[in-house]
Design a binder for this molecule. Structure first.
Ligand code: Q0Z
Length: 310
């Protein structure tokens, strides 16, 4: 892929820019006295940028950052009986109102914790080659989009930006973080996805898979003196999970993507004039595709939360 040049990050008074992701930014609040970056907090800012086919598009989706941030905050509440989360406050600078959260800086677990409830994508490719996913044997005869007998943990490495994460076996996770922590993040990942699907199914949405990130809070130990595991980053958003409309679910073909279907359909249609295999950056989206995509994000938020997106 051709590396597209990222837009310079927003200047936020009182904050130091720490890191740019594909569609999000990390800042550290500055200490009022010293002006130095705080080491115990981060400001997570979601932009309106969207990626498709491994490219960050030139077109933004208005309110996408707000919708995903508010959805993630809502999920943290739905998951609060399973584990604590990193959120300190959603009282953030006006420039990023609604699309940023102030969080506790944690010691991040160096594994991408992926849970799968349905088979697709790289999991499907692995299954077709080996009959298993990340070393987990699965029944024969599964198709693209099949529901799995139970949610599975299919971790990957955390690759640097622009590189692809690599699948890990569970034994590799144990070697990386120890058997105790490996078992705990595996259990938490599948519990989060199971809870997510219990809630989403009532609203006509399937959560095929999800990526969650955990951090350790060494200050808060559990009864056995182990550091508390804290849910970090964003959770169960369309950027971290595959959302499928349940009404259109039909194993045996690629499923409609809840959020990006209009984007993908237009980019792969003759109308876009774009050749996915060319390595070229995709063209800007027509305004009706932008509007329809914004409406899908808002619809997912409103369906799931039962709230109106202001
Ligand atoms: C999250 C990311 C980006 C948003 C680091 N609570 C935490 N403590 C320490 N580190 C992180 C968190 Cl959430 C952390 N990321 C991913 C990148 C914007 C989130 F650019 N990286």
């Amino acid at each position: 892929m051709t590396p597209e040049i990222a837009a310079p990050p927003l200047e936020l008074p009182g904050h130091a820019h720490v890191y740019s992701g594909k569609v999000r930014e990390l800042y550290a609040p500055l200490e009022p006295g010293t002006g130095r970056p705080r080491e115990d907090q981060l400001l997570l800012v979601a932009s309106d940028r969207i990626s498709a086919f491994d490219h960050v598009l030139d077109s933004e989706i208005p309110d996408k950052g707000k919708v995903l941030t508010q959805l993630s905050l809502w999920w943290f509440e739905q998951l609060a009986d399973i584990l604590p989360n990193h959120v300190i406050s959603s009282d953030v600078p006006d420039a990023v109102a609604g699309r940023a959260v102030l969080v506790r800086r944690l010691d991040m677990v160096p594994v991408e914790c992926i849970g799968r409830a349905y088979l697709t994508g790289s999991g499907l490719a692995d299954y077709r080659e080996s009959g298993s996913v990340c070393g987990i044997p699965l029944p024969a005869g599964l198709q693209d989009g099949s529901e799995l007998p139970e949610p599975i943990f299919t971790p990957t490495t955390k690759a640097p930006l622009g590189e692809h994460d690599q699948p890990m076996t569970y034994a590799q996770v144990e070697a990386e973080v120890g058997a105790d922590l490996a078992a705990r993040v595996r259990e938490l990942t599948t519990r989060i996805l199971r809870r997510g699907n219990e809630v989403a199914a009532r609203r006509g949405i399937l959560l095929a898979d999800t990526k969650v990130e955990f951090g350790l809070d060494h200050a808060t130990g559990d009864a056995d003196g182990r550091p508390a595991i804290v849910l970090a980053d964003e959770v169960l958003t369309p950027d971290s999970s595959r959302f499928w409309p349940a009404a259109q679910w039909e194993p045996g073909r690629a499923q409609a993507s809840y959020d990006k279907q209009f984007v993908r359909d237009w980019l792969t249609s003759p109308a876009s004039g774009w050749d996915r295999s060319s390595g070229e950056a995709p063209p800007p989206l027509p305004e009706d595709v932008v509007a329809a995509t914004r409406a899908r994000y808002v619809e997912a938020y409103e369906l799931l939360t039962g709230r109106t997106f202001a």
